[in-house]
Design a protein around this ligand. Structure first.
Ligand SMILES: [Zn+2]
Length: 97
Protein backbone atom coordinates (compact mmCIF):
# COMPACT_ATOMS: atom_id res chain seq x y z
CA UNK A 1 0.00 0.00 0.00
CA UNK A 2 1.47 3.32 -1.07
CA UNK A 3 0.14 6.74 -0.24
CA UNK A 4 1.07 9.88 -2.11
CA UNK A 5 1.81 13.03 -0.14
CA UNK A 6 0.70 16.11 -2.06
CA UNK A 7 1.22 18.94 0.40
CA UNK A 8 2.57 19.55 3.87
CA UNK A 9 2.30 21.77 6.92
CA UNK A 10 5.56 23.01 8.43
CA UNK A 11 6.83 24.97 11.35
CA UNK A 12 10.03 26.94 11.24
CA UNK A 13 11.81 25.05 14.05
CA UNK A 14 14.87 24.26 11.90
CA UNK A 15 16.38 25.81 8.83
CA UNK A 16 14.98 23.01 6.67
CA UNK A 17 11.47 23.23 8.06
CA UNK A 18 9.76 20.75 10.35
CA UNK A 19 6.80 18.91 8.85
CA UNK A 20 3.92 18.57 11.30
CA UNK A 21 1.19 17.21 9.03
CA UNK A 22 0.67 16.24 5.41
CA UNK A 23 -2.14 16.07 2.89
CA UNK A 24 -2.50 12.78 1.00
CA UNK A 25 -4.35 11.89 -2.19
CA UNK A 26 -3.96 11.24 -5.89
CA UNK A 27 -4.58 14.81 -7.06
CA UNK A 28 -1.61 17.12 -6.40
CA UNK A 29 -3.92 20.12 -6.50
CA UNK A 30 -6.32 18.89 -3.82
CA UNK A 31 -5.54 16.55 -0.94
CA UNK A 32 -8.15 13.95 0.00
CA UNK A 33 -7.32 13.91 3.68
CA UNK A 34 -4.99 15.30 6.30
CA UNK A 35 -2.64 13.11 8.34
CA UNK A 36 -0.56 14.28 11.26
CA UNK A 37 3.03 13.06 11.51
CA UNK A 38 2.03 10.61 14.27
CA UNK A 39 -0.71 9.18 12.05
CA UNK A 40 1.83 8.75 9.26
CA UNK A 41 4.22 7.03 11.71
CA UNK A 42 1.48 4.59 12.76
CA UNK A 43 0.65 3.84 9.13
CA UNK A 44 4.37 3.28 8.40
CA UNK A 45 4.53 0.89 11.35
CA UNK A 46 1.72 -1.09 9.71
CA UNK A 47 3.82 -1.35 6.54
CA UNK A 48 2.33 1.48 4.55
CA UNK A 49 4.68 3.44 2.30
CA UNK A 50 4.57 7.16 1.62
CA UNK A 51 6.03 8.96 -1.36
CA UNK A 52 6.01 12.18 -3.29
CA UNK A 53 5.77 12.48 -7.06
CA UNK A 54 6.81 15.34 -9.32
CA UNK A 55 5.20 16.50 -12.56
CA UNK A 56 7.38 14.05 -14.53
CA UNK A 57 6.19 11.03 -12.56
CA UNK A 58 9.41 10.62 -10.55
CA UNK A 59 8.68 9.23 -7.11
CA UNK A 60 10.70 9.69 -3.95
CA UNK A 61 10.16 7.68 -0.79
CA UNK A 62 9.33 9.53 2.41
CA UNK A 63 10.85 8.41 5.71
CA UNK A 64 10.63 9.18 9.39
CA UNK A 65 13.01 11.89 10.48
CA UNK A 66 14.07 12.59 14.05
CA UNK A 67 14.20 16.35 14.09
CA UNK A 68 16.83 17.95 16.38
CA UNK A 69 13.97 19.71 18.19
CA UNK A 70 12.92 16.33 19.63
CA UNK A 71 9.63 15.93 17.79
CA UNK A 72 9.20 13.48 14.95
CA UNK A 73 9.08 14.76 11.44
CA UNK A 74 9.30 13.47 7.87
CA UNK A 75 11.97 13.72 5.22
CA UNK A 76 12.38 12.66 1.59
CA UNK A 77 14.86 9.94 0.67
CA UNK A 78 18.32 11.23 -0.34
CA UNK A 79 17.66 10.27 -3.97
CA UNK A 80 14.80 12.71 -4.31
CA UNK A 81 15.01 15.37 -6.99
CA UNK A 82 14.55 19.06 -6.35
CA UNK A 83 10.98 18.68 -7.61
CA UNK A 84 9.77 15.74 -5.54
CA UNK A 85 11.55 16.76 -2.35
CA UNK A 86 9.10 17.17 0.53
CA UNK A 87 10.38 20.68 1.05
CA UNK A 88 9.32 21.69 -2.43
CA UNK A 89 5.71 20.54 -2.01
CA UNK A 90 3.14 23.23 -1.67
CA UNK A 91 1.90 24.20 1.76
CA UNK A 92 -1.47 22.65 2.61
CA UNK A 93 -4.35 25.07 2.27
CA UNK A 94 -6.85 23.60 4.75
CA UNK A 95 -7.40 26.90 6.45
CA UNK A 96 -7.99 28.72 3.19
CA UNK A 97 -10.45 26.12 1.91
ZN1 LIG B 1 11.69 20.18 14.59
Amino acid sequence: MSTRIVCCEQTGCTTSGHITAVGVGSDPAAANSRMTVSEVYRAMDRGERFYTEDQFGNRAAVHKYNCPCGRGSLRSAPDCTRWNNLDSLRICSWRAA
